[in-house]
Design a protein. Structure first.
Length: 335
């Protein structure tokens, strides 16, 4: 593992209970701008559909908005759920983004629908599911690569832009496919903590160089609740506990204010399930998170870390990035 991996952010544009989408997206812009000032490498947006409380469904539109409000940070998808879209449409969208913001756009791809079966059908891709994912990835690579003589279908814009593709996943399957295709790989440890070590090892052990990437490049996504003290972080973390609990119960995912205690809001089984879901969560001040991070990364190689930060108050959320940046500075000082 590099002594100090790069830091990046994953954004769902989570809507606070009672806020408008417009207010939410303005907060996302301010959050991305703070991240850029602090030296974060990427700012990715996740595609979800039919989820009250998450406003990042039009992922490519938001990527363009964030890129236009920042200057240098890379902006991309974490990810586009490819079963929902014809590859040609994605190639055109991201080719346009790359043309507008050269050298700043990433195309992270997932093979899940990012929604429920009814909504997946509403997206009009019924029957074209995850089993076509490898072929769709190859088609995208072709559409974003140089034009070939006699090529019947062209992405205009898109052809020749060579937008960097990433494969995202929470299983060994995606790790194997990323290795076979010679693509960078991001593991979704922010909601699937169990297999991260195995997946990252499978990826590195089986990596085959490609035109895009000569050696393996792995990212690990982690949930984090940075604060000025461990006690404050434990309080702020109740916002994410309430959201995951709502997810398990099939309820809207509005961001709710932190509470003094979760007792009475969840039962013992739900508490265990939420804590398991957030099994890789970093929580506390910079020093505490540095210790937790050292434990999580022991024995594995990670080139980059991508954090999800569910904190209710927008200013506290931006301040959390200052604390995250402190953990990286500490790592640089130690290396």
């Amino acid at each position: 593992m590099p002594d100090c991996p790069d830091y990046s952010l994953l954004e769902l544009a989570s809507v606070r209970e009672g806020d408008s989408v417009g207010t939410t997206l303005a907060n996302s812009v301010a959050y991305a701008q703070r991240a850029e000032r602090l030296g974060f490498k990427r700012f990715w947006l996740a595609e979800h559909h039919n989820m009250e409380g998450i406003s990042s469904s039009a992922t490519s539109v938001l990527i363009g908005h964030i890129a236009g409000k920042t200057e240098a940070i890379r902006v991309g998808s974490g990810g586009v759920m490819l079963p929902n879209h014809p590859p040609l449409v994605i190639a055109e969208q991201f080719g346009t983004l790359e043309s507008l913001y050269p050298g700043r756009i990433d195309l992270g791809l997932g093979r899940a629908p990012g929604t429920d079966p009814v909504t997946a059908r509403a997206l009009r891709r019924d029957g074209l599911g995850a089993e076509q994912f490898p072929e769709d990835v190859a088609r995208l690579q072709s559409l974003l690569g140089p034009l070939q003589p006699g090529q019947p279908v062209k992405a205009i814009p898109g052809a020749g832009t060579n937008v960097p593709l990433w494969l995202l996943g929470s299983s060994l399957y995606s790790a194997q496919l990323a290795a076979m295709r010679g693509l960078p790989y991001a593991f979704a440890g922010h909601f699937a903590p169990r297999l991260y070590r195995e997946a990252l090892r499978v990826y590195r052990d089986n990596f085959q160089p490609s035109e895009q990437l000569k050696k393996p490049y792995a990212m690990l996504a982690l949930p984090a609740v940075p604060a000025d003290s461990v006690q404050e972080a434990e309080h702020l973390a109740t916002t994410s506990y309430q959201r995951i609990l709502a997810l398990f119960r099939g309820q809207p995912l509005w961001m709710k204010p932190p509470v003094d205690t979760m007792e009475g809001l969840w039962n013992a089984g739900e508490k265990a399930s939420v804590k398991d879901f957030l099994g890789l969560q970093l929580l506390g001040d910079a020093q505490a998170m540095r210790r937790q991070l050292a434990h999580i990364l022991s024995g594995i190689e990670v080139d980059e870390l991508m954090f999800t930060v569910d904190i209710y108050d927008p200013e506290k959320r931006r301040h959390a990035l200052d604390i995250l940046a402190q953990t990286r500075k500490a790592g640089q000082a130690d290396s």
